[in-house]
Write a protein that binds this ligand. Sequence first.
Ligand code: PAF
Length: 281
Amino acid sequence: MERLTEGEAIRRWTRARRAEGKRVGFVPTMGNLHAGHLSLVALAREHADVVVASIYVNPTQFDRKDDLAAYPRTLEADAALLEGAGVDALFAPANLYPYGEEAHTTWVDVDELTKELCGATRPGHFRGVTTVVAKLFHLVAPDVAVFGDKDFQQRRVIERMVRDLDFGIAIVPGPIVREADGLAMSSRNSRLGADARARAVAISRALGEARAAVSAGERDGRALEGAVRAMIEAAGGRVDYVELVDEETLSPAAELVAPSILAVAAFFDGVRLIDNARLAP
Ligand code: PAF
C-alpha cells in the first residue's frame, strides 16, 4: 500500500492508475477505523480496480472544539487495517487548509437536505463536510466513492453536491454495520465507558421496536418518534433528535406514506451517537 501525504502526490498516483485504464474507488474516512469502514473498502473494491482510502480529521465539520480534540487519532493502527484490507493507496494529509481553517474562505454549501437532523443541531457541520469532500474529490479524482448509510443524511447531501457540481463520481451507499448486540459501529463507540456502552444499545433496540410497530400497522410519525425517544431516555440517553423524514427530501414526515428514514442522534455520557432505520409503509 502506498502512503501519501501530499495532495499533488495522490493526484499523480490516481492519474497514473487511470492512464493504465483502471477504475479508481475511494473511501474517505476520519480514521479510528472499524469493521464498518472495512466493509466500505470491500464495497469500493467491488466497483473499482484500485482503492484509495483517506484519513483526515476534518476540523471544519466539528461544531464543538472539545469534540474535535477528543476525536481518536490512531493512524498507524488504521494504516495496518487498510493494508490488510487490500487498499492500494492511503492518502493521509497533515492539513487540507493551507492558510489554516480560520482563514479559509471558499466553502461548498448544499442548501437542500441540510436543514433537518444533524444540519439543525450541528451548525456549520455539513458545510465543513461538503467542503472537505469536494477538496478530496478534486485531489483523488475517483470514479466511484463509498459512503456509509449510518450517516444517511451525509450520503444524501454528498449525492446532491456531486450532481449539482458535476463531479461525475458515482456514489455508492454502504449498509450500516452493527456490533453483535445491535449498536451501530462508530469511531465514537470507543469513547463510551462500559456502562454507557451497555446502555447505548437502546438506540438500535428502539429502532427495531419502531420497525416492528410499522409491521403491526403503525403509521403515525409522532407515535414512532415518541416511542423511540422514550426508550432512549429510559436508558439514560439524552436525545438530540428523533425524526421521521422522507427518504428523498429529508423533510419531516407526519405519517409513514412513503419510504422514510427514522433518524436518531443521542448522547450517552457526552458521546454523540447516530443511527437510523429505513421504514416503508
Ligand atoms: O463520514 C466521515 O467520516 C466524514 O464526514 C468524511 C466523509 C470523511 C468527511 O470528513
